[in-house]
Structure formats: C-alpha cells, structure tokens
Design a protein around this ligand. Structure first.
Ligand SMILES: Nc1ncnc2c1ncn2[C@@H]1O[C@H](COP(=O)(O)OP(=O)(O)OP(=O)(O)O)[C@@H](O)[C@H]1O
Ligand SMILES: [Mg+2]
Length: 344
C-alpha cells in the first residue's frame, strides 16, 4: 500500500487547524475557553474554498462557512453512477462512527444527493441525531432484518433534509445479535433486505450503515451488505489498538461472504491541534493506510457533540462551525474519490 505523501512528514491536513499559537495571535490567549477555540480562531483556506479576502473576524468567517454549508449551488458534489453502500465500522466505542455517519450523510444530502442512513446500533444514536422516531414499536431495522417489512416501510424522512432518510433502530434490536444466531443466512439478512428493488423504492445515491461497537453479527451483516467500509479513527492514545482485529474480520468477510468489500475510507476524528499526540496518531494512521485516509481530519468541536442533543447534525445545528465545514470537506472528498474510482 502506498504511503500518502503527507504521511512521510507527518503533517495532517486539518482545515482551520487550531493551535495554541493560533490562539495567541488570533484571539488572544485566554480570551476564549480552550475547548471552544476551534470554532473561533484562525481558519485559513479549506477544500471547499472558504477563504476570505476581507480582514479576518470570527463572525465574518463563520457567516462565510455557513453560506458554504447551506448553499448547495456553490458546491456541486458528483453523483455516483452506481449507488454506494458504506458501512461505518470500528468495534472500539466512542470513536465517532455515528457522528461521522450522520454528518457525512447530512452534508451529501444538503448538497443534492439522496442518502439513506441505516441505524444498525440498538443505542439508536443515529436515529436521534437525525431527529427520527425510534421508540419501541416504531417500524425499524429490526423488523427489516427479520424480513417482516421492507426497507421503505421502515425508512423515515429526517428533519435535516428531504433528501435524507433514516431507517431507525429501536431497543428491540438489542436482542437481534442473539436472535440472529439461529436464523437461516444469519450473516446476510441485511443484504437480503437491500436488494436493488428495495433500494430503488428509496433511490438513494449513498447508503451509510452505522454499526454498533462490536464485531458481532450486526456488524457482519453490515459488512456483507456493503461494498465499502469507512473506518473512523479517533486521534488519541490506543487509536490503533484493536484495529488489527477489525481488519482481520474484514478479511474474513471478504474471503467468505463478500468478495467485493473494500476499505475505501479512513476518517480521523476528534483531532485536537493543540496536542502533539494528535499529529503522531495522524502520521501513524497515514503510515498504515496511505491515501485511504482522507486528507480532511475532523477537529474536536463542542458544536459537533452538542448537535445530537437537539436532534440535529452539526450541519444544520451550527453550519458556520468548523465541525460542519470539516464534515462537508470530508463528504466532498468521499464523493470526488468515488467519482475518480469510477473513471479509473
Ligand atoms: N469531532 C467531535 N468533537 C467533539 N465531540 C465529538 C466529535 N465526534 C464525536 N464526538 C462525541 O464523542 C462521543 C462519541 O461519538 P459517537 O457516538 O459518534 O461515537 P461512536 O463510535 O458512534 O460510539 P459507539 O461506539 O458508542 O456507537 C459522542 O458524545 C459525540 O458527540
Ligand atoms: Mg455509535
């Protein structure tokens, strides 16, 4: 696997990176609580072209970013020729699987693409973030896995965008891991539900499957049903621990159940530019995965973590925030890389 040029010097491409020296120059040390710095200090130019020629002010900058995020006419994302189904997986808990699935989905949907998020985690966090009902008894992915209802029967339109649908997870899914064990074709229940005909009813360009933090049957079902795996990796100690187990499982699925499965995307999350550790992890991940790792890195951002509490993604909760902008940048990279792969 080739090493991304940036891996060699260990530099991370972090749009609007925050460092303590930025803070010292830009906002005055101590003027802003440190955890909020990333939403207030020096932004610079981003992939999506937000570069101000006006004198820098935090409010002007935020307004400009919000305009980019919310005005699709300014940014065209290529529509894939073939529907893309991505499984968002990492058995490590709390690394940003759900946050990445819903925010990438919202970014693509706000820019005109049709997206379905399948919440395959009994915690139902993706359903919450997309503002979709997921009380017990709601038609959900559980009944879809049992073959009782179709994907379209369970899909609900998110309050974020008419282009964004979510197949919710209810607490009923918690028993599925065990119930699936005795079922026929237990690893391919989701794949059977995601037939071309079933998907045609919803006609998505992208499907994101949000996995639980385990390598159990739900995650295996997600890997069997998808063509691509997106692995979010948190920029912190032990980031790579357990990853070899995930990679082994992916290989097993590739050799026995789904030969067309490919790890296409690694996304570094919760990057904190004030720490050396974040750069070390970034360099290490790029060293391992080369340019499978997106150039865009998601910064640690208070706004990103607040958004689900309001039943929203950061794209609508605070479109001018750096978190929103970086998820838009990451979505753009995913869309453009896909388009390049289609033509190569
Ligand atoms: N970029 C970010 N900045 C700040 N907080 C974040 C960011 N990304 C995620 N978080 C927060 O970190 C926590 C874990 O994120 P998330 O739920 O997306 O991880 P997960 O991998 O889906 O977790 P689980 O394994 O439990 O499903 C959440 O509280 C979320 O709000
Ligand atoms: Mg999750």
């Amino acid at each position: 696997m080739s090493v991304h040029p940036e891996a060699q010097n260990g530099a991370a491409h972090v749009p609007r990176e925050t460092t303590l020296s930025d803070a010292d120059h830009g906002a005055g040390a101590g003027a802003v609580p440190t955890e909020d710095l990333e939403d207030h200090v020096n932004a610079g130019t981003t992939d999506t072209g937000v570069a101000s020629e006006l004198p820098w002010t935090p409010i002007a900058e935020e307004a400009e970013r919000a305009t980019k995020v919310l005005h699709p006419e300014d940014l065209r994302l290529p529509r894939p020729r073939r529907r893309r189904v991505l499984t968002v997986a990492n058995q490590k808990g709390g690394v940003g699987k759900t946050t990445s699935a819903v925010n990438l989905a919202a970014a693509l949907a706000l820019h005109g693409l049709k997206v379905v998020v399948i919440d395959l985690d009994p915690q139902g966090n993706a359903s919450t973030a997309l503002g979709v009902e997921h009380r017990s008894g709601t038609p959900s992915v559980y009944e879809v896995l049992l073959g009782e209802i179709s994907l379209a029967d369970a899909a609900a339109v998110s309050n974020q965008s008419d282009n964004l649908l979510c197949v919710p997870a209810t607490i009923d899914l918690a028993g599925a891991e065990i119930e699936l064990v005795s079922m026929v074709a237990r690893e391919s229940r989701l794949k059977e539900a995601l037939t071309s005909e079933a998907l045609d009813e919803l006609s998505p360009d992208y499907v994101f499957i949000d996995c639980p933090p385990s390598l159990g049957l739900l995650t295996v079902n997600a890997m069997v049903a998808a063509q691509e795996v997106l692995i979010p990796i948190q920029c912190e100690y032990y980031a790579l621990e357990g990853l070899s187990q995930l990679l082994r499982n992916i290989e097993l699925v590739q050799s026995h159940l789904n030969p067309s499965l490919e790890i296409t995307t690694i996304l570094l999350t919760m990057y904190d530019g004030r720490t050396k550790l974040a750069d070390q992890v970034t360099a290490e991940v790029r060293g391992h995965f080369g340019d499978t790792a997106l150039r865009t890195v998601i910064p640690r951002s208070v706004k990103v973590s607040e958004a689900p509490g309001f039943g929203q993604t950061v794209l609508t909760y605070d479109p001018g925030s750096r978190g929103a902008m970086s998820y838009l940048d990451a979505a753009k990279e995913i869309a453009e890389r896909g388009a390049r792969r289609e033509t190569s």
